[in-house]
Design a binder for this molecule. Structure first.
Ligand code: GDP
Ligand code: GDP
Length: 437
């Protein structure tokens, strides 16, 4: 499991600047999807071959109209609860403020490693003077950086690595299909889980202590075995803080990371919310098989066209997920709940599907013949050939003359052609562009 690093601090100290600097902007097609990258609050980072998840706690929305300080307190609590290392960011230009002290006090009480980072230090001539006052916070040596200019950020990451737990063995060489059920609180995740587990033809056993207080479950149906990853302590007896969306979001991330196929559960009555978009966007970015489950369908007033109209609306709202199948369930009546497993089987196959280089290039050639690749200043993109380099998710490399000539819209066009030819239902696919040597 990837360690989690959280950035905490009051507004305007540079949290999102640092976040973007560390996570960077990757250039594959998925990253360019509108609505996915905008105000991201978590992303995958890598430093010296060590992967981690970075969270910008400042981007996490409160569920009520909270006062500022309360928000910051939530953020700090979130970080303390979920992170392996906390980066506490302060502003070296403005100096120490009362809010900084408040946050520091909370962090000091935590058992987590905290690095006190003084941002906006571009000028090193008087660095000592600028960071001096932050010693008062009692969090050790302040670490000066400039997030905006990338100064000392690498050194900061070096320091972060020293606090991370030993790299675990490549976990779970388990062939069984791993399913994560994610979504906001109260959409029906536990009810769906319990319904699945309660069926006669299903054999259930626990894998306790898999991660922290989570309990994974093995679910057997016919010859097929699945591992249901426990999200947000669904199966914990006492649901702690069940209404706090933050916790469930972070736990969902962890579950997504470990899964093959993600069941993203929505409340069909409420429809797709902003929070939903963030959660499901992460599953998409992580390259997992994805199924959109609209639960509580029993509460929706409907006629014979409702499902069709509803589906259309969902794909309009979640444009980047038009590959993901939708299912309408009721955990209350059990309607279509078992069908989820059939779709899981199907999506898992698509997620792991490999196509031959020969067929692939036929499709690409045909696509290119139908619509010429983009050109710029008299120079036209030429695609020499394509090859599938990996599965889960299916990933393709296009070897071309000039990668800069590739357009997002043309990649999208190629993706559509691949999907038309090969399906890849329920799985994101990645298209990478390389210059042929
Ligand atoms: P957040 O509210 O903590 O996420 O802060 P932002 O990342 O949005 O940054 C707030 C402001 O500080 C923006 O205007 C940034 O351009 C600026 N800023 C961020 N990092 C630096 C830095 O290293 N040096 C300077 N001079 N300004 C910075
Ligand atoms: P979770 O927080 O996502 O795990 O949601 P729960 O499974 O705890 O469900 C939240 C509430 O919604 C509970 O009161 C459930 O009884 C109710 N609920 C869950 N699924 C359905 C459904 O399909 N139909 C209806 N009418 N209620 C449901």
């Amino acid at each position: 499991m990837k360690p989690i690093i959280a950035i905490v601090g009051r507004p305007n100290v540079g949290k999102s600047t640092l976040f973007n600097r560390i996570v960077g902007y990757r250039t594959s097609i998925v990253e360019n999807e509108p609505g996915v990258t905008r105000d991201r609050i978590y992303g995958e980072g890598e430093w010296l071959e060590r992967k981690f998840i970075l969270i910008d706690t400042g981007g996490i929305e409160p569920n009520s109209e909270d006062v500022l300080l309360k928000d910051i307190r939530w953020q700090a609590e979130l970080a303390i609860e979920e992170a392996d290392v906390i980066l506490f960011l302060v502003d070296g230009r403005e100096g120490l403020t009362a809010t900084d002290r408040e946050i520091a006090q909370m962090l000091r009480k935590s058992q987590k490693p905290v690095i006190l980072v003084v941002n906006k230090i571009e000028n090193y001539t008087d660095v000592e003077m600028k960071i001096f006052e932050f010693y008062e916070l009692g969090l050790g040596d302040p670490f000066p950086i400039s997030a905006e200019h990338g100064m000392q950020v690498g050194d900061l990451l070096d320091k972060v690595l020293t606090y991370l737990p030993e790299k675990e063995e490549e976990e779970e060489n388990d062939e069984r299909l791993k399913i994560a059920i994610i979504g906001r609180p109260n959409v029906g995740k536990s009810s769906l889980t319990n319904y699945l587990l309660g069926q006669k033809r299903v054999i259930v056993s626990d894998i306790p202590g898999t991660t922290r207080d989570a309990i994974d479950t093995v679910l057997k149906r016919g010859d097929q075995e699945y591992i249901l990853i426990d999200t947000a302590g669904i199966r914990r007896k006492k649901k702690i803080r069940e209404n706090v969306e933050y916790y469930s979001v972070i736990r969902s991330l962890r579950a997504v990371d470990r899964s093959d196929v993600v069941l993203m559960v929505f409340d069909a009555v409420e429809g797709v919310t902003e929070q939903d978009k963030k959660i499901v966007g992460y599953a998409h970015e992580a390259g997992k098989g994805l199924i959109l489950v609209f639960n509580k369908w029993d509460l929706v007033e409907k006629d014979d066209k409702t499902m069709q109209i509803y589906t259309k609306r969902v794909y309009e709202e979640l444009k980047f997920l038009s590959y993901a199948p939708i299912i309408f369930t009721s955990a209350l009546t059990g309607k279509r709940v078992m069908e989820i497993l059939d779709i899981v089987d199907f999506v898992a196959e698509e997620h792991a599907k490999r196509v031959t280089t020969g067929l692939l290039n036929e499709v690409v050639e045909e696509a290119v013949a139908m619509m010429a690749p983009p050109s710029d200043k008299g120079k036209r993109l030429k695609i020499y050939y394509a090859t599938q380099v990996s599965v889960k998710p299916p990933t393709f490399v296009f070897f071309v003359n000039e990668p800069e000539l590739m357009h997002f819209s043309y990649l999208r066009y190629l993706e559509n052609n691949l999907r038309e030819a090969f399906g890849f239902n329920g799985t994101p696919i990645r298209l990478l562009v390389r210059k042929r040597d």
